[in-house]
Design a protein around this ligand. Structure first.
Ligand SMILES: Nc1ncnc2c1ncn2[C@@H]1O[C@H](COP(=O)(O)OP(=O)(O)O)[C@@H](O)[C@H]1O
Ligand SMILES: [Mg+2]
Length: 427
């Protein structure tokens, strides 16, 4: 039995030139140039295949050698390209004949990855190899205008690889799906292709990831791919929970944002009333939220994390399914009041403890005592007697935040402070 490679980019790696999608002009140029070596070495001893990642530069070099019956000597990006190791390749290049008697192609992959510091002299060595070689040298690079490659550009036949258009990539992806027995919607394939802006390797990788464990891939299945790596803001995620058409969609949305479930609960709780204008819908939504809350509380108490998934089901899918009578419309999302309040209380109790500590140092009483008996009086003094307040502040060595707190001017500072891990941006 033949063992297939696990990754689809390996499994469906083109072996012959006519299996490669798109870039027909580049492939023809490469093939013509290589074929011209059969008679006598042409003027240009090297070709530089350049263009964005995942457009088929490496596979084209490999397939062209295979098609023309050349033997391929490859030095890829993971090999350390010290001057010495390049010298070795140069040595091979300078040889008159190969061991097998076949013609050779020498491939130096991703030359723009050469580090001018650790691979010093490597570019110059390659340049001198090009001048002396008896075999075709194929170089690849994403960015051929990289200044460090300047010495090579003038020596090479420049062959441009372009991002793959939809007309080339969609049929290619479709072939893979057929081979994998994967039924896939046209719109889904188009979405995968469009999202990867012409990078075939990424398209294939996305396709494989998305179809894991499925026999059918729909547009909805691939749509949320667009979400995942864009790190959606909480507002967009809430939007997709409140407006989800299916339970699965609502539930998935919860995974897209980097926020803990209890915080997510607060956001949904805060915004649900505005989202469901119909009273019956609202009642159902809050019933789901009550159940979610129950599970969250139990989870916290028992430390049984398997309850989380029930809580999430209720707060996402449960809430989404409440929408029956309410018409979808744009409703402003707001920051959870309860969190604002909690945050404010936490900050203020922190200040209280700090002030209590300062008092206890000066007055030789306990911190708790200072907080309980002194702070209320200090608050009165700070509100009504500025001179005295200043004197006390200096004596206790209070900072600005503490003074503000005692004089009751603290509140405006606490407004709209986002809890950590949440980007607080209005949509
Ligand atoms: N034009 C293409 N046609 C078919 N498969 C491609 C093409 N370009 C890239 N691939 C896929 O991507 C993988 C990497 O391709 P590669 O030639 O290394 O891209 P590049 O060298 O341009 O970054 C291949 O194994 C193949 O599966
Ligand atoms: Mg490559």
């Amino acid at each position: 039995m033949k063992i297939l490679p696990a990754s689809w980019t390996q499994r469906y790696r083109p072996r012959r030139l006519d299996e490669i999608a798109g870039n027909k002009d580049a492939i023809a140029a490469l093939k013509d140039w290589l074929a011209s070596w059969v008679a006598t070495p042409p003027k240009r001893r090297a070709a530089l295949l350049y263009g964005p990642a995942g457009t088929g530069k490496t596979v084209s070099a490999e397939a062209a050698s295979r098609d023309l019956g050349f033997e391929l000597v490859e030095m890829n990006a993971s090999d350390k390209r010290t001057t010495a190791s390049i010298e070795r390749i140069v040595g091979i290049a300078a040889e008159q004949r190969s061991l097998t008697g076949r013609k050779r192609v020498i491939l130096l992959d991703e030359v723009d990855g050469i580090d001018p510091v650790s691979d010093r002299g490597a570019v110059e060595t390659i340049a001198s190899a090009i001048e002396r070689t008896n075999w075709p040298l194929v170089l690849t690079a994403n960015d051929p205008w990289d200044p460090k490659l300047a010495p090579l550009r003038t020596l090479c036949l420049m062959i441009q690889f372009k991002r793959l258009g939809l007309r080339d990539s969609i049929p290619y992806l479709r072939k893979i799906c057929t081979a994998e027995n994967l039924e896939v919607e046209e719109r889904a394939l188009r979405f995968v292709a469009e999202r990867n802006s012409g990078d075939m390797r990424s398209m294939i990788n996305d396709l494989q990831t998305l179809s894991a464990g499925r026999s059918k891939l729909t547009y909805d299945d691939v749509l949320w791919l667009g979400w995942r790596d864009r790190k959606e803001s909480i507002f967009q995620v809430l939007g997709s929970i409140f407006n989800a058409k299916t339970c699965a969609w609502a539930r998935k949305a919860a995974d897209l944002v980097d926020i803990d479930p209890e915080m997510l609960f607060e956001w949904i709780y805060e915004n649900a009333p505005a989202q469901f204008s119909d009273p019956k819908d609202r009642e159902i939504a809050f019933e789901a939220l009550a159940k979610a809350d129950l599970y969250l509380t139990r989870m916290r108490k028992t430390q049984n994390w398997s309850l989380l998934s029930y809580a999430l089901d209720f707060m996402t899918a449960g809430v989404a399914m409440a929408r029956e009578r309410t018409k979808p419309s744009w409703v402003k999302m707001s920051f959870p009041e309860r969190i604002k309040l909690k945050g404010k209380m936490k900050r203020e109790s922190g200040l209280k403890v700090e002030i209590g500590r300062k008092i206890s140092l000066r007055c030789h009483i306990s911190k708790a005592g200072a907080i309980q008996y002194f702070i209320p009086y200090l608050k009165q003094i700070f509100k009504n007697n500025r001179g005295e307040a200043e004197r006390i502040s200096r004596w206790l060595d209070l900072d600005e935040g503490m003074v503000k707190y005692l004089s009751g001017r603290r509140s405006e500072q606490v407004r709209d402070v986002a809890p950590s891990g949440v980007e607080f941006t209005e949509p």
